[in-house]
Design a protein around this ligand. Structure first.
Ligand SMILES: Cc1cc2nc3c(=O)[nH]c(=O)nc-3n(C[C@H](O)[C@H](O)[C@H](O)COP(=O)(O)OP(=O)(O)OC[C@H]3O[C@@H](n4cnc5c(N)ncnc54)[C@H](O)[C@@H]3O)c2cc1C
Length: 448
């Protein structure tokens, strides 16, 4: 795959930024509930609160949808992220609830798209956890058993049975969920929030959150907001505010690449008849999906730890894009001559437990921050459940599944640069071994 002419962007490859960015806060104001962060979680919380008649203010550092909301791969997962075997082992009692919450998140998102009439090219194709080796196929079988036991709608099959390209051996399809253009979705959600009763201030970076009696005071460069309650929905940027619980999550940079448009006949020849999004079973997944513009978007495979606060505004590294391009050529040998057209990336929040997390600091600061790179459906769902909790005072069962009573978190393991590099190396070593075995079976010379 050629990567010479890749267009690197510091926003998203899916859409252009909006041209009607709202003015920053320029005054001191009061409200019942303030939401910090206009991503999928924050927008959905504000929309729900406004819809239920609450006086809500939304504060966003750039413009609503600027974060991973518009940058993600657009694969609406119907199952949780992370290593299912580890999650079910370490959290056996919480696991079924998390599985149900993930599935309900996807249904919630589908209803939201329909209710708001957002044109985001949504296709209910499901997604496939795909195996690229026999070892990965064994893992997929074990995960399928675990998920079925927890009540998930998943099916096991070969690549032909699942209608995914022959470069994958087979896998497990999550039949709930699908894929969309997340940029179009984010901008559609933004339009709905702007049209709601919520007061939205963009280009308004919150620099401090403090308590004053039973109220919360939010400081921004242009003014302060005094609120009865606030919701922190800052995702990977949470560590920038002292009020965010320590070690809640670590910020990790992930990258996506999009090919040039591909001749439909060549795409058809791949046998990708289900059009399901695909994620591999590596320790750090590779993701692949078709788009409505006859391209393939693919990414992740390499995680990069964010160290400094504020997190830098960045685009993907050339070395990461080259690595992703090597993977693409390996999974789609028939398309090895296709050119990579553009690349982008974003910050996700990974929790020490790899579980999505929501909770409360004191009585009036709520947070819903970390969906471990699986928040396209989960962040808006959990965000709207937090809005309901604020209005009704009662927790939905799915919010209980991710709720932490004590906002204390352990030190994350293997999340430093050396740890992430080691995980990547183990994945590449396994790829090498599997490639050699495959070639030996075919009687060919091993290729790295
Ligand atoms: C490249 C990539 C691929 C991904 N692929 C998938 C996928 O296929 N499927 C999936 O389910 N998930 C995917 N994800 C993850 C998913 O996009 C996120 O989990 C989800 O967007 C999280 O939503 P959020 O609202 O919590 O955060 P975000 O959308 O990141 O929003 C946080 C917002 O808070 C704002 N903010 C931060 N600090 C402040 C402050 N101090 N003051 C004011 N505003 C502030 C930011 O500007 C930002 O707009 C991917 C993410 C990336 C980056």
């Amino acid at each position: 795959m050629k990567t010479d002419d890749v267009e690197y962007t510091t926003f998203s490859g899916w859409v252009d930024p909006p041209t009607d960015v709202r003015p920053a806060l320029g005054d001191d104001i009061r409200c019942e509930v303030a939401v910090v962060g206009g991503g999928l979680g924050g927008m959905s919380t504000a929309l729900r609160l406004a819809g239920r008649g609450r006086d809500v203010v939304l504060l966003e550092a750039e413009f609503c949808g600027h974060g991973s909301a518009s940058r993600n791969a657009g694969q609406v997962a119907g199952a949780p992220g992370g290593d299912m075997q580890l999650l079910s082992l370490l959290h056996p009692r919480r696991f079924p609830g998390i599985v149900r919450m993930a599935e309900n998140s996807a249904h919630f998102l589908e209803r939201l798209i329909e209710r708001l009439g957002i044109d985001c090219d949504y296709e209910p194709t499901g997604n496939v956890c795909a195996a690229v080796s026999r070892g990965q196929m064994g893992r997929v079988r074990r995960v399928t058993r675990l998920l079925r036991k927890a009540g998930a709608k998943v099916e096991l099959g070969t690549s032909a049975e699942l209608g995914i390209p022959r470069g994958f051996l087979g896998g497990m399809r999550e039949s709930v969920g699908g894929m969309m253009n997340p940029g179009k979705f984010s901008l559609g959600l933004r339009r709905a929030v702007l049209a709601s009763g919520a007061r939205v201030f963009e280009r308004t970076r919150v620099t401090d959150v403090t308590r004053s009696g039973d109220q919360v005071v939010i400081t921004t460069p242009g003014g302060r907001v005094r609120a009865n309650r606030i919701v922190l929905a800052t995702n990977a940027f949470g560590g920038e505010l002292a009020i965010t619980p320590k070690r809640l999550s670590v910020p990790i940079w992930v990258s996506e690449v999009e090919t040039e448009p591909i001749d439909p006949a060549r795409l058809e020849a791949l046998g990708w008849t289900s059009r399901s999004g695909v994620v591999t079973q590596h320790n750090i997944m590779e993701n692949y999906r078709l788009t409505s513009r006859n391209t393939i978007v693919f990414g992740v495979r390499r995680l990069q730890r964010g160290r400094s606060h504020p997190l830098p505004r960045k685009g993907p590294d050339e070395a990461v894009v080259a690595d992703l391009a090597r993977a693409f050529a390996r999974r789609f040998p028939a398309l090895a001559d296709v050119t990579a057209a553009r690349a982008w990336g974003g910050w996700v929040a990974i929790t020490p437990s790899w579980l999505p997390v929501a909770g409360k600091v004191g009585e009036n600061v709520f947070y819903s921050i970390a969906c471990n790179g699986h928040g396209l459906a989960q962040a808006p769902y959990v965000g709207s459940l937090i809005a309901d909790l604020i209005v009704d005072g009662e927790q939905h069962e799915d919010l209980k599944a991710v709720w932490v009573n004590k906002s204390r978190f352990p030190r994350p393991l293997m999340m430093g640069a050396p740890g992430l590099r080691t995980i990547w190396t183990v994945d590449r070593f396994n790829d090498l071994i599997n490639g050699s075995r495959r070639n030996a079976r075919r009687g060919a010379t091993p290729v790295n």
